[in-house]
Design a protein around this ligand. Structure first.
Ligand SMILES: [Zn+2]
Length: 91
């Protein structure tokens, strides 16, 4: 799943830190759009829009393959999980 497919669903912002992201940017860094498996593939997370979140490159790298419960603050997890739930209802 490419970041382009997620841009509209997530309002062009990183699901984790809220920065505005772009598909093309001259500098690799915080502003570059990236697609993250919310539940990591290594723990069974699927590549579907019910598990893919739009993030900036920096958050994606810093999260890596970690479980969101080990990495994200509670209130952000709730927001992201509510959004994923909402997206799964639209399907
Ligand atoms: Zn971010």
């Amino acid at each position: 799943m490419k970041p382009a497919a997620l841009m509209k669903l997530w309002g062009n912002t990183c699901a984790y830190c809220g920065v505005q992201v772009w598909l093309r940017t001259p500098k690799f860094g915080k502003a570059l759009a990236s697609a993250d498996h919310y539940w990591p593939r290594c723990s069974g997370g699927l590549t579907s829009k019910h598990n893919m979140v739009l993030t900036c490159a920096q958050c994606n790298i810093s999260k890596g393959g970690r479980d969101p419960r080990d990495w994200l603050p509670e209130e952000i997890r709730q927001r992201v999980e509510n959004k994923l739930l909402e997206l799964s209802k639209d399907a």
